[in-house]
Design a protein. Structure first.
Length: 449
């Protein structure tokens, strides 16, 4: 009987081992397939670089497309404005009797005539050229506004990409500290069960974990918000992994030539074009002091018993009150020119001051960031290691260890926040001008006019 029991137990153990081996093989196969699928998915969708995000945002922008249409419309209008006004076809009946025996007759009265003619306003070539030039300048202004929009899209996309990048980095730090907090709970519970710790230590460890989980919840909200803002520029971004951030230790601005560079900033270029538009309108107002003539030619047909006639006419506007009309218009246009120049100068001063301030803040933040990397973070880690060693030696409490751990995560989060602020300043400085605008870069190398 015992041998039978032993045989049965051996058989069951053999079957169990076979099942376990089979289960292990199945698990390994499933895991390998899962890893292969995951690797294939990541291979299909490469990490999103900052430059690629900006390219997608530019391609996706409808604002730039709208401005292209605006430029095309202005150029077409410039061609039309350079032409003479359309001639006017005039037709009618003159001197038709409405009373007496000949009323309504076209042939009875010698004064009744069927009339047809053409009238043409002879706008001066200088006026037509100025009107065409004004619309061409409007097209150039729109192109400058497109450059402004391009720079803004690249800058805002970079800011959104960096926000997502640092939100992910903060989430990783908090997750790492959360895992350590769970291990500390296990350690505290084990020490309490063995009589080497107190229940207060267990509660302290659980409280620390709750704090980490609360912080993790806040970080997850930041990640979702960052995804929303990034998706505004490139479409759905929640499933995209980000590549490493580009080098942010230099910007494309040279502080030595900052004033001349900012003078060619896209927004300043828009105001410069506005000055040119205002100057052209002032020239057009000056040209309007010379009135446009209108020429008219007409043919009048009478009945067969009477001669046909031809009429020629010339219309000239009389500028009786030039000082209150033409002169006032010219004065107003000249005032608009000075207004545009003053606005351009004011914006230039503002941009120079803001850019210098951002450069100084960026350089200061880089110094602080280096201090975090070289001093503050290593010191916080050393403090945590010292607290752990003291706790193991019975010279410190678990509360001291938890406080040191919290200090480490606080310092690391502060370092990431500072790095994010520093890189946001970098993005605002580096993308003041579009990255691929060759004309802008050429203008930056010219002297301020």
């Amino acid at each position: 009987m015992p041998s039978l029991v032993f045989s049965t137990f051996s058989a069951h153990r053999t079957v169990r081992h076979a099942v376990l081996r089979l289960s292990a093989r199945i698990s390994l196969a499933v895991l390998a397939g899962s890893l292969a699928f995951t690797a294939g998915a990541y291979a299909a969708e490469a990490p999103l670089t900052l430059a690629e995000a900006q390219r997608r945002a530019i391609d996706r922008s409808r604002q730039l497309t709208a401005q292209d249409f605006s430029v095309a419309a202005a150029r077409d209008m410039a061609v039309a404005a350079g032409q003479l006004p359309d001639p006017v076809l005039k037709a009618g009946i003159d001197n038709l009797p409405v009373t007496g025996r000949d009323r309504g007759s076209l042939n009875s009265d010698f004064m009744t005539m069927r009339r047809i003619g053409l009238m043409q306003e002879m706008t001066g070539s200088d006026k037509r050229r100025l009107r065409s030039d004004r619309l061409l300048l409007e097209a150039q202004k729109t192109l400058a506004e497109k450059t402004v929009a391009t720079a803004a899209i690249e800058r805002d996309t970079a800011l959104a990409w960096l926000d997502r990048y640092y939100a992910d980095a903060m989430a990783a730090v908090v997750a790492e500290q959360g895992e350590q907090a769970r291990l500390e709970i296990q350690s505290a519970e084990g020490a309490y069960s063995a009589g080497r710790g107190s229940q207060a230590d267990v509660f302290a460890a659980q409280g620390a974990l709750a704090m980490f989980e609360d912080r993790a919840s806040e970080i997850r909200r930041r990640v979702r918000n960052a995804n929303t803002m990034l998706a505004r520029w490139i479409g759905n971004a929640s499933d995209l992994a980000l590549a490493e951030k580009p080098a942010t230790d230099t910007v494309r601005l040279d502080p030595a030539t900052l004033d001349s560079a900012i003078a060619h900033h896209p927004e300043i270029a828009v105001l410069s074009k506005q000055v040119e538009v205002a100057e052209t309108e002032a020239k057009l107002a000056k040209a309007n002091e010379k009135a446009d003539w209108t020429v008219e030619v007409g043919f009048q047909q009478r009945s067969a018993a009477y001669s046909n006639m031809v009429s020629v006419g010339l219309s000239i506007p009389l500028q009786w009150d030039r000082k209150n009309r033409q002169d006032r218009e010219l004065s107003a246009k000249l005032a608009v020119v000075e207004q545009a120049k003053a606005e351009r100068e004011d914006m230039l001063r503002s941009h120079v001051a803001e850019t210098k301030s951002m450069l100084e803040e960026w350089q200061n933040d880089r110094e602080r960031q280096a201090r975090y990397e070289s001093d503050l973070i290593p010191l916080a880690n050393q403090r945590a290691l010292a607290a752990i060693a003291a706790y193991r030696g019975g010279k410190a409490s678990l509360a001291d260890v938890l406080a040191a751990r919290r200090n480490v995560i606080d310092i690391r989060i502060q370092a990431l926040q500072l790095a994010a602020e520093t890189d946001r300043l970098w993005a605002q400085l580096n993308f003041l001008f579009p990255t691929d605008d060759a004309m802008t870069h050429a203008a930056m190398n010219q002297d301020t006019q």
